[in-house]
Design a protein around this ligand. Structure first.
Ligand code: PXP
Length: 252
């Protein structure tokens, strides 16, 4: 597999899950995730990310179909490694499938995927998705054992979980933040040496995105919750354009 050059512009995948969260709070159709995806496209997003959760708390099956129909951008479908989700991914064949851990009681994806302890099952889960033409990514903590296992099970991409880094930033715990950043840099480098493409995401905002965007091996960020929240104040297009500006600044 040819990996993108580290000099290539950093891609921004816009996660529209929480547009659906807002819609589902009332029922009905508004705000429409398809409209959000089209606006994100207009604002220069490089991809649209959706997480179809087992409990359908935000994105529902019809959203996936409608967004894939309406948007020209590559679609990154996040899902848990279950038979049901594999069937859905095989039916829709999105550009990318990102496998995430999922627990019903969690509010968001709390940890990275346990790859090292589940290699045989994940290898069987990934192969048909790759055969169907989707690029398979695993959402992992910045942990060397998980990254090495990701390469063994046949993933083409890892997405590094930046949630802990973002929490340390919010708490003002500089020592923990810097230690986590060192782990992110080290595992990004290891992943690339193993032939994996490296993405990152979770919890990113205008303040904390810079150091993550500056990791040279990272070629894509997936960002959702903050952008949808910021859209309440400045609009989705302006929020996305500002995020892109911050990413580009950090990359220089
Ligand atoms: N990447 C993955 C794999 C995720 O599960 C999520 C959250 O759904 C994100 C990125 C985006 O995180 P946030 O909504 O906090 O920006």
């Amino acid at each position: 597999m040819t990996l993108p050059s580290p000099d290539a512009p950093l891609r921004l995948g816009v996660n529209i899950d929480h547009v659906a969260t807002l819609r589902n709070a009332r029922g009905g159709r508004d705000p429409d995730p398809v409209r959000a995806a089209l606006l994100a496209q207009q604002a220069g997003a490089d991809g649209i990310t959706l997480h179809l959760r087992e409990d359908r708390r935000h994105i529902v099956d019809a959203d996936l179909a409608a967004v894939m129909e309406a948007v020209a951008l590559p679609i990154n479908l996040e899902l848990a490694a279950t038979d049901e989700m594999q069937g859905i991914a095989l039916a829709h064949r999105p550009h990318a499938v990102c496998i995430v851990p999922e627990r019903r009681e969690e509010r968001t994806t709390e940890g990275g995927l346990e790859v090292a302890g589940d290699e045989a099952r994940l290898t069987r889960f990934i192969a048909p998705l790759r055969d169907a033409g989707s690029r398979v990514s695993l959402f992992v903590a910045p942990d060397e054992a998980q990254v090495e296992a990701a390469a063994r099970v046949g993933a083409q991409v890892i997405e590094l979980h930046t949630g802990s880094y973002c929490e340390y930033c919010a708490e003002g715990d500089d020592a923990a933040r810097d230690a986590e950043l060192r782990r992110l840099f080290a595992t990004a480098s290891l992943a690339r040496d193993l032939g994996l493409e490296v993405h990152a995401g979770h919890g990113l905002n205008f303040v904390n995105v810079g150091p993550i965007a500056a990791i040279p091996e990272v070629v894509e960020l997936n960002i959702g919750h903050f952008l949808v929240g910021e859209a309440v104040f400045v609009g989705l297009e302006a929020a996305i354009r500002e995020m892109r500006r911050q990413m580009n600044l950090a990359r220089m």
